[in-house]
Design a binder for this molecule. Structure first.
Ligand code: MF3
Ligand code: CO
Length: 269
């Protein structure tokens, strides 16, 4: 578990703000008829033009037999939980698309994701999006210095399950810094009061993945695309969060504010 100095957190804020701006550029394009490849091109332009480098493109997983990730974005549509490949098929009204974006800037990584409704989606799917975003903010709220990692996990799980949904176990959040994935793993399920203590200087990518119903997640033969086994649709929201003496600081929100219950506008809305 690597603790960052204040100067390093300052640089991570710069990286995270570029990442946020790039996702905002992508978000403006989401509508029926746009392809995820077009979203990917916009993301890459936004990242490169700001002097940063996409983190996912060319990323090699642990297995040498799997091709490197091909996109700047992971674009995961409907029943795909994470790691979907951008492609030329147009999105259709009623779809949802998770857009996961990561970059390196001045030697530090940033990571975030949001799931968007394309046009208008079924009420239950709208509820899935809201509950997943609320579970992210519940996790962030629990990421107080002195709390434990299990407090974050339990807050995410409780919030998603209270809304009647299922939390994915197969993928987890992670520490982040000069490497994209650092220890500790940040699961979205667990018990409050357990696990390592959160200390100022720790930076976490908190990223709940939530499905409509209880299901396993599989991986397609491309080695990446991860859909639910039972066809449930999935949502994914992620922020990069620094633990500070003053509380959790959300680096991938404009101005990188310390968490305040108002941030989860999401929570009430
Ligand atoms: N946000 C994801 C993560 O936390 C994205 C990784 S995609 C990959 O790992 F291509 F980089 F693997
Ligand atoms: Co991540």
């Amino acid at each position: 578990m690597i603790l960052k100095r204040a100067r390093e957190i300052d640089t991570m804020v710069e990286a995270a703000q570029i990442n946020r701006e790039a996702l905002e550029a992508v978000e403006k394009l989401v509508r029926p008829g746009v392809s995820t490849a077009e979203l990917d091109e916009a993301a890459e332009d936004a990242i490169v033009s700001r002097g940063a480098r996409p983190a996912f493109k060319g990323y090699r997983g642990s297995s040498a037999s799997i091709a490197p990730f091909p996109g700047t974005l992971c674009t995961s549509v409907n029943e795909v939980v994470v790691h979907g490949f951008p492609d030329r098929r147009p999105l259709v009204g009623g779809d949802i698309v998770s857009v996961d974006i990561g970059l390196f800037y001045k030697g530090y990584a940033a990571d975030m994701a949001k799931t968007y409704a394309v046009g208008s989606v079924a009420p239950r799917i709208q509820a899935l999006l809201k509950a997943t975003e609320r579970s992210l903010y519940a996790g962030i709220e629990a990421a107080q210095p002195g709390n434990r990692l299990g407090d974050v996990a339990a807050a995410v799980q409780r919030t998603a399950e209270a809304a009647g949904f299922w939390v994915v176990r197969e993928f987890v959040g992670h520490g982040i810094g000069s490497s994209f994935h650092e220890s500790p793993d940040v699961p979205n399920y667990g018990r409050a009061g357990t696990g390592p203590r959160l200390r100022p200087g720790l930076v976490l990518a908190i990223e709940p993945m939530v499905t409509e119903s209880k299901t396993d997640v599989k991986i397609l033969s491309d080695g990446w695309t991860a859909p639910t086994v039972n066809g449930s649709w999935a949502a994914h929201f992620e922020h990069t969060v620094a633990i500070t003496e003053a509380g959790p600081r959300v680096l991938t929100i404009a101005g990188a504010p310390i968490y305040d219950p108002m941030l989860g506008g999401a929570r009430g809305a």
